[in-house]
Design a protein around this ligand. Structure first.
Ligand code: ADP
Ligand code: MG
Length: 240
């Protein structure tokens, strides 16, 4: 069953065509990895799907529902969660409070929202930090906070923008394990990821973008050997 269908999505910012005619779909329960050089249009694609930016043209379906042009709140309420490349936690609120804000989307009862938030904080392995302010957390911990907050709405589809970006090498494996653990719960995931080894390890399919265009879509092995992808992206990738 297709959980997401994107057809001919386009967006220009003035003269910059950030997304051009992008089409793809995502099978429920799978992980789609999204790759492409900086400025390829990856974050914009997430903004268009989740309603944070209005697309110029195209179609977006979540299961059978047309979500094109809906507000971010409505899309999130339907079960589409996301994390941001630029982390946006409420710095002066605790981890627990941050995650409760997400939990309130689904659960109005304070005690139940709190219990749900604690359950998710435990899932992301930060339970001992629950009363720490977001600003006291390390980058890796804030990435987990961001994931927890997105998970708190109980999404069926979760879009994650560079979960492992900007964290030090030793923090990466734990975050990758967390993504895998999340997949096991049945959540469908679309993840923007720069590290090609991680993409190969976790993705069922990979979408490659360059200059706002889809240049390839397929299984990780095909993508790794795709000439256009190598020219646009892997060729410039530091193999070390
Ligand atoms: P990526 O996430 O792949 O690095 P982005 O989607 O952030 O790429 O950006 C794609 C292009 O669109 C870039 O040239 C970027 O400068 C431009 N862009 C993105 N958002 C905006 C915006 N709000 N206003 C103007 N230009 C934007
Ligand atoms: Mg980006």
């Amino acid at each position: 069953m297709k959980i997401l269908t994107v057809e001919n999505l386009s967006k220009s910012f003035g003269g910059i065509q950030a997304n051009r005619d992008i089409s793809f779909d995502v099978e429920e329960g799978s992980i789609l990895g999204v790759i492409g050089p900086n400025g390829a249009g990856k974050s914009t694609l997430f903004d268009l799907i989740t309603g944070f930016t209005k697309a110029d043209t195209g179609k977006v379906k979540f299961f059978d529902k047309d979500i094109f042009g809906m507000s971010p709140d409505k899309i999130s309420n339907l079960g589409v969660g996301r994390t941001f490349q630029k982390l946006k936690p409420f710095a002066d609120q605790t981890l627990l409070e941050n995650v409760m804000i997400g939990a309130f989307v689904k659960e109005k009862d304070i005690k139940r929202a709190r219990d749900r938030a604690l359950e998710i904080i435990d899932f992301v392995d930060l339970i001992e930090k629950r009363h720490h302010f977001a600003k006291e957390l390390s980058t890796g911990q804030r990435k987990r906070l961001e994931m927890a907050r997105a998970m708190a709405i109980d999404p069926k589809l979760l879009l994650m923008d560079e979960v492992t970006g900007g964290v030090d090498q030793k923090t990466i494996p734990g975050l990758v394990e967390l993504v895998k653990k999340l997949k096991k719960t049945g959540v469908t995931i679309i993840t923007i990821e720069h590290n090609i080894n991680i993409i190969m390890e976790i993705s069922d399919n990979v979408l490659a973008l360059d200059q706002g265009k889809r240049i390839a879509l397929g299984e990780p092995k095909e993508i790794q050997n795709n000439k256009q992808v190598i020219d646009a992206y892997l060729g410039t990738f530091d193999a070390a």
